[in-house]
Design a protein around this ligand. Structure first.
Ligand SMILES: Nc1nc2c(c(=O)[nH]1)N[C@@H](CNc1ccc(C(=O)N[C@@H](CCC(=O)N[C@@H](CCC(=O)N[C@@H](CCC(=O)O)C(=O)O)C(=O)O)C(=O)O)cc1)CN2
Ligand SMILES: [Zn+2]
Length: 772
């Protein structure tokens, strides 16, 4: 029997974020189309050669994307809303990026690649979280009568491109059912069945063209297989794969599930006429036995045995013990649990990491090496890789017993049970009176979410400080100047509740991780979040504590500059947890509570310093929700409790804000209310306040700032547009509930559009304050 190795997708951004650089240069007009496309081609070539060299038998193609693979799929099937002015054929780069980022005529004037969108003022497509990851995709939008037509041949082109370089790849497609289920429709929901009937001929055509180009296997991703599916969804899967098997008999499909177990979709999956099935054995190890029991002998199983969502080195001997009996009976493919898109690229670049912790880690490249070793052990016997196997087990043992991960003081504090720890002393209504009195804000108070533009200058100064070319005092002076300017300007344009701007922070999670014990950091461990934007998730390896205050000094400085209230600005425990790579030796709930206790101390210090308003961002609370409904409540219970542990230590008159983005709250509104924050700001602009129905329907008790403009796009919304949104909000909320703010922080924006948009926002608030 033979065992082969697959990688389900390689990170696209490049080991030195070459794609980010190339995209941003193109967008700013500093380079042309040719330069962007050749940078992209170089990255693809490197990824193919590298994976082949590491021993991958099924090297993926079409896993690369200039922005997002869901957007690429929309381009492939011609699902491009009329507003982008597309008239068929392969969408050009400007159309593609307009969907991704919006476009505004003026903002592009003078750009060097001859944009012709003179009067174009189009918003970007909606962006949302890819399953439970921190990766964002562009939501496909279908009109009532969506007609699909094969429009982009990227998948075929990239297969041929790799072939020319001597690499026979296994192209990756997002499967039709998942693709359609990720989409939305303005004009009432078209039936999945109807959309599917329309889209299948396009997929069939693509598969036939791939066969003609020489492809044999195609990886077709259907992560919807790990969701709660309706019987209609399951029927759609059958319809789809029966049709594709018939239409393209020359292609063998590797139906790929990930981010969980097949659960009650198991029978459906096993009955589909596909040649292979990939299952995630990291999130759902228990499904191996049931899948083995149900899989017909000729179905090629691909086992996701290496974690594609975390950075820990595997215990290879333990995995082998599980696989050896299986590999005796059938051919196998070994693969990461999911695409490696969600991991950093190469641990070899991390020369400054703590040696012990480093020996416990594996990034994308190392994960592929692990797979190759497993395959060798299974094909040729353990002996041929004995050394590597024993060092892998030794690392696993060392990590388990390392004194570095245990902190007795943290353990003692976790033990001390204090039932009152997660309760405010008084209910919201009574707190509100005290807060209103103390703060003296106008109706519809205006504020922002926290960050102001992280300009190139700010990043340069931080990089220079890190390199040692400017010293602490110079860096501090620079940050003070930036902060002072931002504070003065906010007061000048009439914002009511101010922020310090977060100039001192590299990232809202990394900044806190860096100051807490129990985390380590990479230099190059970038993971794509959306488009050119990346994060370097902190690596949580041990017990968490806070050696000293983290934000108080900056808050004091900023509050000292103004008489208006300055918000203390913190990232909440659930978000720090969800946006980090987390230890897998203790339950997530436990790690989260340790972080919550540390944030609680910071809240207390801010309050003692005089902060009247403290915002604790929980941007990732919704994203951490398990993919299956049956698992929700358990998660919500501990996540909400951790937020309360962090926030509930304050006096009644201290106002606690929280902020969330990309949140569909309808289903979890009770839990959101259970967080017991005094004010919540949420993203709503792209969804035109639809979200508020949940808050209104539930009679959400506290105050709400529904975002009135989309901060992901440089587009400046007009006063009228924001006024309209505020009036729409008022049809759902009581006037005393409503705050006025953008959707999220402004760190990714530039100052000119930020200034213009906030001036308009303050004007819109003033309009709604005037009697109608
Ligand atoms: N962790 C996290 N997840 C999140 C968000 C978030 O803010 N944080 N927001 C939501 C949207 N996602 C986002 C993700 C990233 C960024 C973002 O702006 N990322 C920055 C990097 C932020 C950062 O870490 N900056 C560092 C490092 C900057 C840098 O690249 N420095 C250069 C050198 C720069 C120079 O010399 O000029 C280098 O290290 O090579 C800093 O400012 O210090 C980027 O990609 O450009 C924004 C939103 C959801 N998920
Ligand atoms: Zn946000």
């Amino acid at each position: 029997m033979s065992v082969t190795v697959a990688s389900l997708g390689f990170p696209r951004i490049g080991p030195r974020r070459e794609l980010k650089t190339a995209l941003e240069r193109y967008w700013s007009g500093k380079s042309d189309r040719g330069a962007l496309l050749s940078a992209a081609a170089a990255l693809r070539a490197e990824a193919w050669a590298r994976q082949k060299g590491l021993g991958v038998d099924h090297v993926p193609s079409n896993d690369f994307s200039l922005y997002d693979h869901v957007l690429d799929t929309s381009a492939m099937v011609g699902a491009i809303p009329a507003l982008y002015g597309w008239t068929g054929g392969p969408p050009d780069l400007d159309t593609y990026f307009a969907m991704a980022r919006g476009s505004q005529g003026e903002a592009r004037a003078g750009c060097s690649h001859g944009c012709t969108h003179e009067a174009a003022d189009v918003p970007a497509a909606e962006m949302t979280k890819w399953f439970d990851t921190n990766y964002h995709y562009l939501v496909p939008e279908f009109p009532a009568e969506q007609a699909f037509a094969l429009s982009s041949l990227k998948v075929v082109d990239e297969f041929l491109e790799a072939k020319e370089q001597g690499v026979h790849t296994r192209p990756v497609l997002l499967g039709p059912v998942t693709y359609l289920k990720l989409g939305k429709s303005q004009a009432g929901r078209p039936r999945l069945e109807d959309l599917l009937r329309a889209i299948l001929p396009v997929y069939a055509d693509v598969l036939c063209r791939l066969a003609a180009a020489g492809a044999d296997w195609v990886q077709i991703d259907e992560p919807c297989l790990v969701l709660d599916l309706t019987v209609e969804d399951q029927a759609a899967l059958r319809t789809a794969y029966v049709a594709l098997a018939e239409a393209a008999p020359g292609i063998r499909l590797m139906l790929t599930s990930y981010f969980g177990g097949l659960g009650e979709n198991l029978e459906t999956a096993l009955a589909l006429p596909v040649a292979g099935l990939h299952i995630d054995l990291i999130r759902a190890p228990e499904q191996l036995d049931t899948v083995l029991a149900g899989a017909r002998p000729e179905l090629l199983l691909s086992l996701g045995v290496i974690d594609g969502r975390n950075v820990w080195r595997a215990d290879l001997e333990a995995i082998l013990a599980r696989l050896e009996p299986v590999a005796k009976g059938r051919d196998l493919v070994l693969a990461p649990s999911c695409s490696l898109l969600h991991t950093p690229i190469d641990l070899a670049l991390e020369t400054a990491l703590d040696e012990d912790v480093r020996s416990w880690l594996a990034f994308a490249v190392q994960k592929i090496e692990e797979l190759a070793i497993l395959a060798s052990a299974l094909n040729e016997g353990r002996d041929c890789v004995a050394d590597v196997l024993s060092s892998s087990s030794a690392a696993a043992r060392a990590r388990k017993t390392s004194p570095k991960i245990h902190d007795a003081a943290v353990a003692a504090r976790m033990e001390a049970k204090d039932a009152a720890l997660d309760r405010r002393g008084t209910p919201f209504a009574a707190r509100r009176k005290l807060q209103v009195e103390r703060l003296g804000l106008p109706a519809f108070p205006t504020t922002t979410i926290g960050s102001f533009p992280q300009t190139e200058e700010v990043r340069k100064a931080r990089a220079a400080h890190a390199r040692g070319t400017i010293n602490d005092a110079e860096y501090e002076a620079f940050l003070r100047e930036e902060t002072a300017r931002a504070v003065r300007w906010q007061a000048e344009i009439g914002l009511d509740v101010l922020v310090h701007g977060e100039f001192e922070r590299n990232d809202m999670v990394q900044y806190f991780g860096e100051q807490l014990s129990g985390f380590v950091f990479t230099k190059h461990g970038w993971v794509q979040s959306y488009g050119s934007r990346c994060v370097r998730p902190p690596i949580l390896f041990g017990d968490v504590s806070r050696p000293q205050p983290m934000t108080v000094k900056w808050w004091e400085y900023a509050q000292g500059l103004t008489a208006r209230p300055m918000k203390g600005m913190l990232t909440g425990p659930v978000t720090i947890l969800n946006w980090s790579f987390v230890r897998d030796d203790v339950p997530r709930a436990l790690a989260c509570r340790q972080i919550a206790l540390a944030i609680r101390d910071e809240v207390a210090d801010l309050e003692a310093a005089g902060a009247k308003i403290i915002q604790i961002d929980e941007a990732a609370l919704r994203e951490g929700l398990p993919l299956r409904r049956g698992d929700w409540q358990r998660y919500l219970d501990w996540a909400v409790e951790c937020f309360r542990v962090a926030s509930a230590g304050v006096a009644d008159a201290t106002q606690i804000h929280t902020h969330m983005c990309y949140s569909e709250f309808n289903d979890i509104i009770v839990a959101i209310a259970g967080m017991d924050a005094d004010v919540i700001s949420i993203e709503t602009a792209r969804s035109k306040m639809e979200l508020l129905e949940a808050f209104a329907g539930y009679r959400y008790p506290a105050e709400i700032g529904p975002g009135v403009y989309d901060i992901h796009s440089p587009r400046v919304p007009a006063v009228e547009e924001m006024t309209r949104l505020l009036r729409a909000a008022l049809s759902h909320l009581a006037p005393e509930q409503l705050w006025v703010n953008p959707d999220c922080g402004l760190k990714t924006r530039k100052w000119p559009e930020t200034r213009a948009a906030l001036v308009n926002m303050v004007a819109a608030a003033k309009r709604v304050r005037e009697p109608a």
